[in-house]
Design a protein around this ligand. Structure first.
Ligand code: UD1
Length: 334
């Protein structure tokens, strides 16, 4: 089967391409290289022995996308392409709505036109905001978005759900918790542009001496050590969840035409616990200071993964230590 992976040279996309190829799928990647590097294509080949097909297309270019769908016979789409920096989305909302929503509509329209029916979407636990109950189940209420980025995930889910009601497209939206880590080969990983915004890239760059001091955003949260709690999921486990979701659609195991699954480990770790775990796993010291809370941050989020465990037959296999070690190995190769 031939699977289109949009944004397939990005962080989660590249790990998913590896997982797809390891599972025998043929992959074609569309990427505009706006936040990725063409070298990743060759790194994927080093890992799997197969060079995936690649088209440099910007999904905002409707004609190019239309031509692509005419040219290739595709059996399914895993859609990663989009922008993901929360802060940037506040500064440039229209860019985010265009990059994340008009492109989604373009892809869905072409799928409909060309009778491609399997669609997997990168959603986020950001749709739950600060959930009232923990762990967070898929039935938790969807909260008002804290940023345009968050709004694109929420609206993206609505667009997909409505489309599946009125077409032959069947979709699964995976709500990722916090993806971290890198492939064990250290050939692919996260490549943050400029100063990292997310915790693990900042921790790793501080340990490497690229950043001087990690700022921990707040130690006055109502948590045991006062720092915020997240569910950090190894990107290799996350990649495998996409294969499980795709298989569910291909084998008609889906219960409705648009399903939502939490993808996390089910375990919450505080920022201080992550820093300590990193120091223990790598033997490297991380200088840190406590600063004010970051606007828009929630206190605690971790997943109830029982639905994904049961329905997708998927479960996170790697732990925080594995993920932090792999993130460090990746940093050492940079
Ligand atoms: C963020 C986004 C989320 C997105 C995800 C993608 C926000 C509010 N949420 O999640 O929508 O899906 O990235 O990966 O931005 N921290 C520090 N110091 C740092 C960086 C982070 O203390 O330098 C803390 C944060 O306050 C937070 C935790 O580390 O408590 C995790 O932060 P981060 O990695 O940025 O992820 P989220 O904010 O959970």
């Amino acid at each position: 089967m031939k699977i289109l992976v949009t944004g397939g040279l990005g962080y989660i996309g590249s790990h998913t391409v590896v997982a797809l190829q390891n599972d025998g799928y043929e992959v074609i990647i569309i990427d505009n290289l706006s936040n990725s590097n063409i070298k990743v294509l060759h790194q994927i080949k080093k890992i799997t022995g197969i060079l995936p097909d690649f088209e440099k297309i910007d999904l905002r270019d409707k004609e190019a996308v239309s031509l692509f769908f005419k040219q290739y016979k595709i059996d399914g789409v895993i859609h990663f392409a989009g922008s993901k920096a929360v802060g940037e989305s506040v500064e440039k909302p229209l860019l985010y709505y265009e990059n994340n929503l008009t492109t989604l509509i373009t892809v869905l329209k072409e799928m409909q036109k060309n009778k491609v029916s399997h669609f997997i979407f990168s959603s986020s636990c950001t749709v739950y905001g600060q959930a009232d109950k923990l762990p967070i189940t898929e039935n938790a209420p969807i909260k008002p978005a804290e940023s345009p980025y968050g709004a694109t995930k929420k609206m993206g889910e609505i667009i997909i759900k409505d489309t599946t009601k009125a077409s032959t497209i069947k979709a699964i939206a995976l709500r990722y918790f916090n993806p971290i880590g890198a492939h064990k080969s250290a050939l692919i990983g996260e490549l943050p542009l400029g100063v990292p915004q997310n915790l693990i890239p900042f921790v790793v760059q501080t340990a490497a001496g690229i950043q001087k001091t990690l700022s921990i955003f707040g130690n006055d949260y109502p948590t045991p050590d006062g720092t915020a709690i997240r569910d950090y999921i190894h990107v290799v486990d996350l990649a495998k969840a996409h294969i499980a979701a795709l298989k569910r659609l291909i084998t008609n195991k889906n219960k409705t035409n648009c399903e939502f699954f939490n993808i996390g480990t089910g375990k919450g770790s505080s920022v201080l616990e992550v820093v300590k775990a990193f120091e223990k796993a790598t033997g490297k010291k991380v200088n840190f200071k406590i600063v004010d809370r970051r606007a828009g941050d929630i206190t605690t989020a971790y997943a109830d993964t029982s639905l994904a465990n049961k329905e997708l037959g998927w479960k996170a296999e790697l732990n925080l230590e594995d993920a932090l070690k792999s993130a460090w190995a990746w940093q050492l190769k940079q």
